[in-house]
Design a protein around this ligand. Structure first.
Ligand code: ACM
Length: 269
């Protein structure tokens, strides 16, 4: 199957322009699973809740999802991307997966980064697997990378490919995702954004270097730090089913779960 990322430089607040620009960069792509960045349609740096209220959309009834769904169905694309979601007057930093058959799945980011905590609610639903054409996909959003539990749970549930829309700011996200792939023997696709957002006295720069990593940690494709970039590779997702690290080490069976109980409690200090 073909998997890829579209690294973008969204313009804050320009939802229609951002969606059209992404679709134009995808105009020659068909029959592939493509990941776009976190909040790719709105931009990232909300100054206050009012700005978020202006730009957030319900998953199925806004501009973004219907526009992408039409193209996904026409061209056999599975599209994963981040957007600001409003649901029951609450706001979530969500990732959405639209399949080529027009099914829409979503995940509300559970680990909010820095000022995101001022406006967004953290998601509380269990991490899920999305079966698409016989392949099991898992989804997370950006800062979830620093919580290895997320990828581990998705992998234990059978994920073969982790879809990871991102707006990476800290310098370690790409390296950590390579480790997430190695320690779980899964493919990961990190679609990051580039550029600097300056909003009032706030400013943030995003680090690009989107990447596709295979279950042994090989980087199959990567982007630079400065340009928009589309990269697609051909993979066999079944490679992620082989959890044998050596002839005598099965990554999942070798876990010592009876020794890990403190992992699921609160910090004891
Ligand atoms: C992030 O989670 N966007 C850093």
């Amino acid at each position: 199957m073909k998997i890829g990322f579209l690294q973008l430089r969204p313009k804050f607040g320009e939802v229609k322009e951002n969606v059209r620009s992404a679709l134009s960069l995808l105009k020659n792509v068909s029959d592939a699973t493509i990941v776009l960045p976190e909040l790719f349609n709105t931009g990232y740096l909300f100054r206050n809740l009012e700005e978020l209220k202006e730009l957030a959309e319900p998953i199925n009834r806004g501009y973004t999802v219907p526009a992408l769904k039409k193209v996904a169905k026409q061209r056999g694309l599975n599209l994963a991307f981040g957007m600001a979601e409003v649901k029951n007057r609450k706001y979530y930093n969500s990732s959405v997966l639209i399949t080529a058959k027009g099914k829409v799945y979503s995940y509300q980011k559970t680990h909010l980064f820095d000022r995101e905590k001022l406006f967004f609610q953290p998601g509380t639903k269990a991490y899920q697997i999305y079966p698409v054409d016989g392949t099991k996909l898992g989804m997370m959003v950006c800062f979830d990378w620093i919580f290895p539990e997320v990828t581990r749970i998705l992998a234990l549930k059978g994920a073969q490919i982790i879809l990871h829309p991102a707006n990476l700011i800290l310098p370690w996200g790409q390296d950590a995702m390579r480790t997430r792939s190695i320690e779980n023997r899964v493919f990961s696709i990190t679609a990051n954004r580039i550029g600097t957002e300056k909003r009032g006295n706030l400013s943030l720069s995003f680090s690009g270097r989107s990447q596709i990593v295979d279950p042994k940690g090989n980087i199959l494709a990567s982007a630079g730090e400065r340009s928009e970039s589309l990269k697609i590779v051909e993979i066999d997702a079944r490679e992620a089913q082989d959890k044998m690290v050596t002839a005598n080490n099965d990554l999942f069976k070798d876990r010592k779960v009876s020794l890990y109980k403190s992992l699921v409690g609160r910090n004891t200090g």
